[in-house]
Design a protein around this ligand. Structure first.
Ligand SMILES: [Zn+2]
Length: 296
């Protein structure tokens, strides 16, 4: 793949798995040099210099659990889990705020957000209902019941997102919640018992009534709302007849290479193309469309 990097990826922080495994090493790192990512609930605190706000561990609420994010310049970096009941609805200005961050800072924030959100939603054991406690620097939670002792791990939810191609055209759909005129790649969660290829074929069949073959992987993107991994794929269709599932999509149709090229030029300038509005660079669909255009 070429072009700009996908959003929420590219953090150079050392995840330092060996430290997660060692309570002694972890305790040593939690000194006056340690850095605390400042969060308001799940949202970043961004300074006037458009960078993530960091403090010391003394800035954390004493009741807050801390997640070890990794090492940066030899210093331990941590993020506070929001206290029970303190997570507010998504801030409508979150996207504006994130847009000011550098790609690397956005990646650090996205990973931290997924982690602290998972902890905030897993205070009780899914097996027995007893309380759980943070373990291994936050890369695990353990059930406190001596009869259960279940171990729980931060989850990543795979989502397939695909460009389906037929005769120089790409199939895109629009959901009712999209801005007027916008279209994007079809997408859906991988279900238990499916391969990525099977999930792609099922989603395209369900949403657009199109059969696909020769599914291939193109690129991926973490999407921390709350913990998706977008798996970008390409597939071929032999029969272009579209039957839209109107419970999922408002419309789905084929766009020519010229239409996509024009829409991508407009999207990079923050606007809409003549035929449709393409997804913004924060979305992996934008990079998939770029990949397709550049591939020629
Ligand atoms: Zn349990």
């Amino acid at each position: 793949m070429s072009g700009a990097k996908v959003a929420f990826a590219g953090s150079r922080m050392d995840r330092a798995d060996h430290i997660r495994q060692s309570p002694e090493k972890l305790a040593e790192l939690m000194d006056h040099r340690a850095r605390l990512l400042l969060l308001e609930g799940l949202d970043p605190v961004i300074g006037e210099d458009c960078t993530l706000g960091w403090g010391s561990l003394a800035d954390a609420d004493p009741a807050a659990e801390l997640v070890f994010l990794g090492l940066n310049g030899g210093r331990g970096c941590f993020a506070p889990v929001p206290l029970a009941g303190s997570v507010s609805p998504p801030n409508p200005r979150l996207w504006q705020a994130m847009a000011t961050l550098s790609p690397e800072e956005l990646a650090i924030y996205g990973g931290a957000r997924s982690m602290v959100d998972w902890h905030a939603r897993h205070r009780h054991c899914a097996r027995c209902g007893n309380s759980t406690v943070l373990a291994k620097g936050g890369w695990q939670r353990n059930c406190t019941s001596p009869d259960c002792k279940a171990e729980h791990f931060p989850r990543v939810d795979p989502v397939t997102i695909m460009l389906v191609e037929h005769n120089g055209h790409i199939l895109l759909g629009r959901q009712p919640r999209f801005p007027a005129g916008n279209y994007s790649a079809l997408a859906g969660f991988v279900e238990p018992g499916e391969t990525i290829e099977e999930a792609v074929a099922r989603e395209v069949s369900e949403e657009a009534g199109v059969a696909v073959r020769d599914v291939s992987y193109v690129m991926s993107q973490p999407w921390p709302f709350p913990s998706s991994l977008m798996i970008g794929c390409h597939a071929w269709a032999d029969d272009p007849k579209v039957t839209v599932d109107e419970t999922e999509l408002e419309d789905a149709r084929w766009f020519s290479r010229a239409e996509v090229e024009e829409a991508m030029v407009a999207a990079k300038a923050g606007g809409k193309g003549q035929a449709f509005g393409a997804p913004p660079p924060s979305a992996v669909a934008h990079h998939l469309l770029n990949w397709w255009v550049e591939r020629g």
